[in-house]
Design a protein around this ligand. Structure first.
Ligand SMILES: O=c1ccn([C@H]2C[C@H](O)[C@@H](COP(=O)(O)O)O2)c(=O)[nH]1
Ligand SMILES: [Zn+2]
Length: 161
């Protein structure tokens, strides 16, 4: 009997929690996505969320989903996974693990594969079955990236900030 706390959060809860917290920084009114990249030694290497690139004012660029490409967010938003990858300045991401709140699209899948991320743990999969989702799964499978759905145990983590 060591007397240690037993209700501490697991590694998965910790890293998915960080991804969820990162998503809360997103200005996207429809879908907020967060990502957290972790080393094989469970060290957090990088984080990201979906948003416009540096210098592109959140109040000037459109957050619309509809309309011409240039009048919608899709032309401008950087996805959370890509932001997490680009935010990392420490060298190689080979063999790392990505926690992400939404299953990655095909464009993010390309970046994930090319930087050598070995596994992804995803929470939501609301675009399952769409062309981007199918293409993403196809590439991730071909590249041998392990895809693990996050299994929430339903525990609610509260923060007073
Ligand atoms: O792999 C992905 C896919 C999407 N996102 C971001 C891009 C957008 O900001 C939203 C999706 O908006 P919808 O209104 O649901 O189409 O999510 C991402 O970060 N990573
Ligand atoms: Zn994406």
């Amino acid at each position: 009997m060591s007397g240690k706390r037993t209700d501490y959060i697991s590694w998965d809860e910790y890293f998915m929690g960080i991804a969820q917290l990162s998503a809360m920084r997103s200005k996207d009114p429809n879908t907020q996505v967060g990502a957290c990249i972790v080393s094989q030694e469970n060290k957090i290497l990088s984080m990201g969320y979906n948003g416009f690139p540096k210098g592109c004012d959140d109040d000037e660029y459109p957050w619309n989903r509809e309309g011409d490409l240039c009048d919608s967010k899709y032309a401008y938003v950087t996805h959370s996974e890509l932001n997490a990858i680009l935010n990392y300045r420490g060298g190689s991401l080979e063999g790392t693990k990505l926690y992400v709140t939404l299953f990655p699209c095909n464009e993010c899948a390309k970046a994930i594969i090319q930087v050598g991320i070995a596994e992804l743990v995803y929470a939501d999969d609301k675009y399952n079955g769409t062309p981007a989702n199918l293409a993403s799964r196809r590439m991730l499978t071909s590249a041998g990236v392990k895809m693990t759905p996050y299994r929430s145990n339903g525990r609610i983590l509260e923060l007073k900030v």
